[in-house]
Design a protein around this ligand. Structure first.
Ligand code: AMP
Length: 218
């Protein structure tokens, strides 16, 4: 099952992608995580990308397309994958089609997560991330057992620079201008399903399973 998770930043795509990864045994490919890992180890690629990210802007298409094309060559994607945060522009979506076609593969389903803007802003402001492995928490809706510490690997939690109010606004604007056109792009291909991402994590997860992989439920 080759899936794309679409939706505004902070809507909860990453949290749900990690649940699906565990349930279906297919890897989550989160381009934001790939970039943050490159920044953490201070590669030239990470340093260049970090300048766009801290402003809330998108990293140039060519760089992202190359990173995803390379990731899709890994053998763990053969049984399927979840793209989380990619594509974010029409040129990225077109390049993805071409890369997959070259591998004799295609996207099975695009799930678009939707929520009200104030829900999204609340989710981003309260989001905390585990330094070691990127596990995602929220101060109100999914807090760690010990404040500031990851339940899974005990590493410290941090707030992403781009989850601060000024950058959140810019990221929402970038989403509307550059990523929303993807909705029509995938609707035209007949693989598009929109789901509500309002409510609790478990509730959204059940909606998602029914939409993305009804055979897993049955
Ligand atoms: P995310 O973790 O998905 O919210 O991504 C964080 C930031 O990484 C974004 O605001 C962009 O600056 C950058 N980024 C992640 N994925 C992409 C992409 N597909 N295209 C361009 N920039 C991206």
């Amino acid at each position: 099952m080759n899936l794309i998770f679409l939706g505004p930043p902070g809507v909860g795509k990453g949290t749900q992608a990690r649940l699906i990864e565990r349930r279906m045994g297919i890897p989550q490919i989160a381009t934001g995580d790939i970039l943050r890992a490159a920044i953490a180890v201070k590669t030239p690629f990470g340093e260049a990308a970090g300048r766009y990210m801290s402003r809330g802007d998108l990293v140039p298409d060519a760089v992202m397309i190359e990173a995803v094309a390379e990731r899709l060559q890994q053998p763990d994607t053969v049984g399927g994958f979840i793209l989380d945060g990619f594509p974010r522009t029409i040129p990225q979506a077109e390049a993805l089609d071409a890369v997959l076609a070259g591998m004799g593969r295609r996207i099975d389903r695009v799930i678009a997560f939707g929520a009200a803007e104030d829900t999204i802003v609340r989710r981003m402001s309260g989001r905390r991330i585990c330094r070691a492995s990127g596990h995602i928490y929220h101060l109100d809706s999914n807090p760690p057992t010990t404040p500031g510490v990851c339940d899974i690997d005990a590493s410290p939690l941090y707030q992403r620079d781009d989850d601060r109010p000024e950058t959140i606004r810019r990221r929402m604007q970038v989403y509307r201008e550059q990523s929303e056109p993807l909705i029509a792009f995938y609707q035209a291909r007949g693989v598009y399903t929109a789901i509500s991402a309002e409510g609790e994590i478990e509730e959204i997860y059940q909606t998602l399973l029914a939409a993305a992989a009804p055979q897993v439920l049955g």
